[in-house]
Design a protein around this ligand. Sequence first.
Ligand SMILES: [Zn+2]
Length: 319
Amino acid sequence: MKFLFIFLDGVGLGVNDPLINPFACVRLPHLESLLGGRPFILASLPIPDDPEQNYYLQLESGRATLVALDAGLGVPGLPQSATGQAVLLTGINIPQAIGYHYGPKPNQAVAEFLRDGNLFSTLRERGKNTALINAYPPRYFHGIDSGRRMFSSIPLAVASAGIPLKTQEDLFSGKALSADFTGQGWRDRLGLPDTPVLTPPQAGERMAALAAEYDLAFFEYWLSDYAGHGQDMATARILLETIDQVLSGLLEAWDDNQGLILITSDHGNLEDLSTRRHTANPVPALVIGEPIYRRTFTSSLSKLTDVTPAILNFFARGI
Ligand SMILES: [Zn+2]
């Protein structure tokens, strides 16, 4: 069975206000088709019968289940990227252990948790083939090697597990995806004019093809957090429409019998453009696949710490 983990940085489930929440004003037909036509906002989740209940119910459609995950984890302050991503990749409440949320890049304390063991290293020890399918440009490796650039939590987890990061060569040969899905950013901003450019649906098809090569394939998208900090609705609109087109190619190419797709995040941001900061909103866990796999997977999900155990359980069941 295959598992495709799509990480969208800084995407929470926000309020139904089109002035501040791009998910409430931009039509995203492919994403919304997974929610029975509802928008990707908190109010789309069913309300518990008991209004005193301090949790959200799950929204189940024919092809997907949406769960709201708590990203605050009982620790004061707004959730941050280094700790949030490290929690997603370890299942450990790291903010509680160190006493604070931290980011964007991991400090020594957060890095130690990731180096001690993470989703990638554990699956590798269990004989599973995993990959981070993002390609990194030459300048990224130069920055890391020279000490000028620090790993963020996700590539740190991958590198600590002894799994090579994908390169320009991988991207050019169709064995990886660029961080902006299409490769256009490598041409425009990295000065690599020979970069092959995909349409967003083609990028989704490639994601499905790459996922088929591994037990667990992981894709990291950070432009969503960047756009949230930028507070610009027009930028957010273009970005969400691109993601929706990627999803169209992915959903077309993906066979629900082959495993599960998880789309989740580390903390809210993009869903509330009224603030430059992260938000305390819950984050989505959108799980796509056959209902029987989905139900087992989502039954234990209510906070960020639940994600790694649920994935390990998915593989341990040997389905
Ligand atoms: Zn951020």
